[in-house]
Design a binder for this molecule. Structure first.
Ligand code: B4P
Length: 191
């Protein structure tokens, strides 16, 4: 099994690319953002509690996403590996994921980090707001807060991964197809 993390600021294209990569390489795509939005859409107690946190652009508590992911890993069988999208988002989540995988005789093989300029991130999220109606895309102040939260809480994961030799920066600028080709090239080395 080969396991990848796709990583980058909000709007860097994690979700967009993960769908295409999971299909191409027969990976299970696990998006904590999608899982949380599904909880909100179906009106579960968890969804109700997480909705206000997400609409402000803050991160939901680590234990919530760690539990969701552990459950999904144990119920996903028969693929070439996992593609984690938007998880982990804190160093604590990264350590928990490593432990979860190690306990199951797996590991993180590569962390693909999409690098996109600030103005392009804002442009993409504002454009998505028109189509998705996502509350966290509608307000420019919330978009800026998400980018700040990424810098303070999520970016430190990069150093952690660099020390483990699993950090792979990828240029996330350009068309969806250009970025897809670049990511595919790195992933092919493992598959
Ligand atoms: P996520 O659902 O992970 O979403 P995201 O970071 O906003 O976006 P992503 O990078 O996936 O962008 P996308 O491909 O869609 O998180 C949402 C929220 O959930 C978080 O703020 C947090 O509250 C919560 N959450 C999720 N996981 C969590 C965790 N582990 N811990 C705590 N909280 C968590 O692309 C954006 C737009 O750009 C799309 O419209 C796309 O079409 C467009 N686009 C993509 N690539 C493009 C390209 N190359 N050119 C032009 N447009 C492009």
């Amino acid at each position: 099994m080969v396991n990848f993390l796709i990583f980058g600021p909000p709007g860097s294209g994690k979700g967009t690319q993960s769908v295409k990569l999971a299909e191409k390489f027969n990976l299970v795509h696990l998006s904590t953002g999608d899982m949380l939005r599904a909880e909100i859409a179906t009106g579960t107690d968890l969804g109700k509690r997480m909705s206000s946190i997400m609409s402000k652009g803050e991160l939901v508590p680590d234990e919530v996403v760690i539990e969701m992911i552990a459950c999904k890993i144990d119920h996903s069988k028969g693929s070439a590996g996992f593609l984690f999208d938007g998880f982990p988002r804190t160093v604590a989540q990264t350590i928990a994921l490593e432990k979860m995988l190690n306990d199951r005789k797996m590991k993180i093989d590569s962390v693909l980090v999409l690098e996109v300029e600030h103005d392009e991130l804002v442009k993409r999220l504002v454009a998505r707001a028109e189509l998705s109606g996502r509350p966290d895309d509608k307000d420019p102040a919330v978009i800026e807060n998400r980018i700040d939260v990424y810098k303070s809480k999520t970016e430190p994961i990069i150093n952690y991964c660099r020390e483990r030799g699993i950090y792979q920066p990828v240029n996330g600028m350009g068309s969806i197809e250009d970025v897809f080709r670049r990511l595919s090239k790195y992933m092919k080395k493992y598959l």
